[in-house]
Design a binder for this molecule. Structure first.
Ligand SMILES: Nc1ncnc2c1ncn2[C@@H]1O[C@H](COP(=O)(O)OP(=O)(O)OP(=O)(O)O)[C@@H](O)[C@H]1O
Length: 252
């Protein structure tokens, strides 16, 4: 299993996320994350697995600057995260697309980010066209987001994030509620994506197909960090943390 190695000075430019001594408590729920150390290099595709309530979403909200760490710090492309500061280089795709889609049309929802970056109307339109083409939702642009199917909403929510041209995308449970065909489309999309990514998911087969590294989080601590086949193929480790070895690894 890979060990997390300290990042040397010469490597620092390639580090997308550097998390140091991170701890977090909610007001009424203490020690949700405890002393997390993590480096994600640019270009990595990192899966984040762990049982319900292990702290995956909380880690994403801290990484995006939505929540303030109780202790420790987070650097994004070598610059500290400041709570509430807009950082277009990072995008978060929410677990529930309904939390992200709230405007009268898909076009408006996708334009929302670029417009708030102060781009001109022409640049906003370019961003919309690019994002809908990457996600394959060209035919949905004039639709009302509220009326879309779960799979359609998922891809539109991703388009809204990509329209900001983030270098790093955090996907929180992207395959939840998708049927087989939509899930397959999502996997193919993620495999082709160019950005550095972290994907939190209970869909371990998706992680196996998309990610080159996986983190196992439990009770707010990183229990394992390594090659997805090695970590998820370890039945004892998986079962000790409330997870199952994925079916496709059962013959290993
Ligand atoms: N706003 C909040 N206030 C208080 N406690 C919270 C809040 N949000 C989450 N928690 C608690 O923090 C812990 C971690 O929650 P989190 O949503 O980060 O876990 P998760 O690993 O993403 O879970 P799941 O797999 O179920 O989505 C849980 O015990 C949860 O109840």
């Amino acid at each position: 299993m890979k060990q997390q190695v300290p990042v040397s000075y010469s490597e620092q430019v390639t580090v997308a996320i550097a998390i140091q001594n991170l701890s977090f408590s909610y007001q009424d729920r203490l020690n949700v994350l405890q002393n997390i150390h993590l480096n994600v290099r640019a270009g990595e595709r990192v899966g984040l697995i762990g049982p319900n309530g292990s702290g995956k979403t909380t880690l994403f909200l801290l990484t995006c600057g939505v929540l303030k760490p109780t202790a420790g710090k987070i650097l994004l492309f070598n610059k500290p995260i400041v709570v509430g500061e807009f950082r277009p280089e990072i995008g978060l795709v929410f677990q529930n697309p309904n939390d992200q889609l709230f405007l009268p049309s898909v076009r408006d929802d996708i334009a929302f980010g670029p417009e708030n970056m102060g781009l001109s109307a022409i640049e906003v339109e370019e961003r919309i066209q690019e994002a809908v083409s990457l996600t394959g939702v060209q035919n949905l642009v004039e639709r009302v987001p509220h009326n879309l199917s779960g799979g359609e909403k998922c891809m539109v929510a991703i388009a809204g994030v990509l329209a900001m041209r983030p270098q790093l995308v955090l996907y929180d449970e992207p395959s939840a509620n998708l049927d087989m065909r939509s899930r397959r489309r999502l996997i193919q999309f993620l495999q082709k994506s160019q950005q550095t990514m972290m994907i939190s998911s209970h869909d371990l087969e998706l992680i196996l197909e998309v990610c080159d590294r996986v983190l196992l989080l439990n009770q707010g601590q990183i229990i394992a960090d390594g090659d997805p086949c090695d970590v998820m193929g370890d039945q004892l480790l998986m079962e000790a943390h409330g997870l199952e070895k994925p079916f496709s690894l059962t013959t290993r």
